[in-house]
Write a protein that binds this ligand. Structure first.
Ligand SMILES: [Zn+2]
Length: 573
């Protein structure tokens, strides 16, 4: 296994892999781009082809290509390795079938189930009714049915269960873990019965769960209209976005994601040619979903039932959206019941509605005000009470001031009064949420360490190791830098940065690699050599001052003072 990890890494270029997700530009020996792990306007995310590592000088994220995929794609080590192995054409050896992870097994089961229901829908007489419902009542074409692998589960109790346990020899317990069957009073039942079935996929297109809508003829019985797989090892409702596997390319391209509620709305928009759309369950956009979508989009358009925001849960995603600098807008559906009805009856009107979506804050303020009668004096206080928590959610000070003013105008009260209420509210909230503020770890470095670090960085990046060694002599004192210098002395001309970094223990590795890929901010390499000379003088000065402070007698002190005067002259020129 260790060998295979090595093999995969050797056949992989981190620049290619990261380059798929981040726009990288050549910067000297390295590549540079906007960090995908924190929001930034000027790039501080560096990738080194020589060291095969990345490092962000903004947020500190760093690692090798496997670490990048794990972090960026939310994969575990084995999954990231498998992705890279496939790309590199390395066939990973497995000890046995048993060594597959349970996650992989659950995904495989979900895929088998989806395929089974898809077969029933298109090829089996039992799927006829489902097919009629989808194509005639919902206007979904065969092509779309294929694209989304839609299926149908017949009404009879355990057709799928029998197929998978008998034909595919799958353990019922695993089926239960995958959430596709239920065990009731000693019998196994298919969870989805008498429903059209929508496979829910992760953004890589793997089936992780299913959703089912009841067949029309069963409506009205005591059955839920929509059901979902339960949460399993591979499915977390709050973290998944239906359709993301298909929509992500278009979202990346348009930088815009439309969010609808439920599978049918999504499929309907998709079929109408609006493909940058994903669906959530219920009306709350969670933090995890915002994170997922923010990897592809800069703007999110809520295209939901108009009273969605009345639900407090809807605002949960707001905080994180602001952090990710995602712009949130709300689409007005007018008199249409849902986006599905809207696009099917008036596609052009729907496109127009998308274009004229309004900002989330405007929307929320209008909504609250719209619920009350402004002419009633008592309702103003009520409106204010409802709006203050919303205004307090706005993290950008300028933006908040803008909306405070707007609300004050609408309510015809002084701006200061609204502001005061918001401030008061915020103080109360800050106290309650203090636990969330992460303490910032500040490592204080003294001047000597900073100078020595800079010298090391120049040595590593210019490759002028020998010259730097000659100039610094025995002056390097900082622990880890000293160790690196010793190594460089020992290796002499055989020094090669990639191989060298590999020999270092963990923490040292990170620091040295960091110095190697950090931006030195020089226009030309010659500038760095000039800077190096100045740094050496500075280091000598630091050295002298320290010696003077520790001088044992006047003779030594005077001698050092003279040296210092000489050095100062040199520094001045
Ligand atoms: Zn970063």
């Amino acid at each position: 296994m260790v060998d295979q990890v090595q093999e995969v890494k050797e056949k992989t270029d981190i620049v290619d892999v990261v380059g798929e997700f981040v726009e990288l530009k050549k910067a000297g020996r390295h590549f540079r781009g906007l960090c995908p792990f924190h929001h930034e306007k000027s790039p501080s995310f560096m990738v080194s082809p020589e060291l095969q590592i990345y490092k962000c000088f903004g947020c500190g994220e760093s690692g090798d290509v496997i670490a990048f995929l794990m972090k960026y794609e939310g994969l575990d080590f084995g999954e990231a390795l498998a992705v890279l192995a496939e790309k590199a054409g390395v066939e990973l050896k497995r000890v046995s079938r048993l060594s597959r992870t349970e996650k992989e097994e659950l995904i495989e089961i979900n895929e088998l189930v989806a395929r089974f229901y898809h077969f029933i829908l298109l090829k089996h007489p039992l799927g006829k009714e489902g097919l009629e419902y989808l194509s005639q009542r919902r206007g979904i074409s065969l092509q779309t049915i294929e694209e989304f692998d839609l299926g149908c589960s017949p009404e009879s109790g355990n057709l799928m269960f029998n197929y998978l346990t008998q034909k595919k020899k799958i353990d019922p317990k695993l089926l239960e873990k995958a959430g596709v069957v239920v065990h009731v009073r000693g019998r196994w039942w298919d969870r989805f019965r008498g429903r059209v079935v929508f496979p829910i996929k992760d953004y890589r297109g793997r089936v992780i769960a299913l959703a089912g809508r009841i067949m029309p003829k069963l409506e009205g019985r005591d059955l839920a209209k929509y059901i979902n797989s339960p949460e399993t090892l591979v499915y977390k409702k709050s973290a998944s976005l239906y359709g993301i596997d298909r929509a992500k390319e278009m979202i990346r391209e348009t930088k815009e994601a439309i969010i609808v509620e439920g599978e049918i709305d999504l499929i309907s928009l998709w079929q109408a040619g609006i493909k940058n759309v994903v669906a959530i369950k219920g009306t709350a956009l969670t933090e995890e979903q915002v994170r997922l979508v923010s990897r592809f989009a800069k703007t999110v358009l809520f295209c939901l039932d108009s009273d969605f925001a009345g639900d407090n849960a809807a605002i949960r995603g707001l905080k994180i959206a602001q952090q990710a600098e995602i712009e949130l807008k709300v689409v007005n559906l007018g008199s249409f019941k849902d986006p599905d009805e809207f696009v099917r009856q008036d596609l052009e009107g729907f496109r127009l509605a998308l274009k004229s979506a309004i900002g989330i804050w405007d929307f929320l303020i209008e909504m609250v005000i719209g619920r009350h009668d402004l002419s009633d004096s008592g309702s103003r206080a009520k409106i204010s009470r409802e709006l203050v928590p919303i205004l307090a959610l706005i993290t950008d000070g300028i933006l908040r001031a803008h909306f405070v003013k707007k609300v004050a105008e609408k309510l015809d009260v002084p701006e200061e009064a609204v502001n005061e209420e918001v401030e008061k509210y915020l103080k109360g909230v800050v106290k309650k949420t203090e636990v969330f503020s992460r303490p910032v770890k500040i490592v204080k470095k003294d001047t000597r360490e900073l100078v020595e670090e800079r010298i090391l960085a120049i040595a590593l990046q210019t490759g002028e190791i020998k010259k730097v060694l000659d100039l610094t002599g025995e002056m390097i004192k900082t622990g880890f830098i000293g160790k690196v210098f010793e190594e460089m002395k020992r290796l002499g001309d055989g020094f090669e940065i990639g191989r060298f970094v590999d020999t270092l223990p963990g923490e040292l590795k990170d620091r040295v690699a960091g110095l190697f890929i950090e931006e030195l901010g020089a226009e030309e390499e010659g500038d760095l050599m000039k800077e190096l000379e100045k740094l050496i003088l500075r280091l000598r000065m630091i050295d002298l001052k320290e010696k003077m402070a520790n001088a044992l007698d006047d003779v030594e002190f005077v001698k050092l003072s003279k040296e210092r005067v000489e050095l100062e002259k040199k520094t001045a020129t």
